[in-house]
Design a protein around this ligand. Sequence first.
Ligand code: GUN
Length: 293
Amino acid sequence: MTAEIISGKQLASDIRGELKQEVESLKAKGITPGLAVILVGEDPASQSYVRAKEKACAEIGIYSDDNKLPSDISEEKLLSLIEEKNSDPSIHGILVQLPLPKHIDEAKVLLAVNPDKDVDGFHPVNVGKLVVGQKAFLPCTPHGIVQMIKRAGVKLEGANVVIVGRSNIVGKPLANILMQKSELGNATVTVCHTRTKDISKHTIEADIVVAATGLPNSVTADMVKDGAVVIDVGVNRVPDDTKKKGYRLIGDVDFDAVSRKASFITPVPGGVGPMTITMLLYNTVDSAKTANN
Ligand code: GUN
């Protein structure tokens, strides 16, 4: 079998087209959706994610309020900037790029964001709402993954999904979305992680495998069954002298071998990445709509 590629790039572009129209109609009512992006320090991957987020905002007409702070900024100053954005009516979404420098307490920072502006869905109030099935901002990467699976026409109801990776940003929220009694859920979910005894034993049974390990080639062809749907969340830089930047991006899945076995697969780049940003735009537009109802 040769897998069909689920193009996150294409799907993201379709959804962004729809969002652009929504932004135009909000603007006609005098509302410009605003997103505050806060980046602390100079981590190259974070800088590149933030640039992509700002560019995407500009493309669909969202006002992006950029806040680049030095890596030695005090926790207190960061918290007061968040407080300022919390009470600024032109800001509908606040995003603090992670990871934060070691001297800053990440949990405290996430708790400081007004849950009504928490477009990342990382505030414990929103995490809790998701767990108990109340309406909340859905974290962007998991939400993007679910949209990709659904729009590829893959049935989630009753499907056995195995997620490899238990992060707060991907694995845990994705498991919660997929197990909900909702149109984005109704799946049977297993979460594997570094202490799982035999990851292959789980993945080989899965209708859908989600690789979010952060390790290149950690999901191999012998780990997936014929016809499985494979979603690759990994973004790993590997040195490549033929590229202008000196590196290229690969995922967590051994793409070539797995795509000969799977029914659907997502590429890296051009898969989950563009969808993550798109769902951030979606949450920001959603926040602007509800803030003015
Ligand atoms: N770092 C890696 N992924 C994310 C994300 O989705 N949001 C934020 N704020 N930081 C991240």
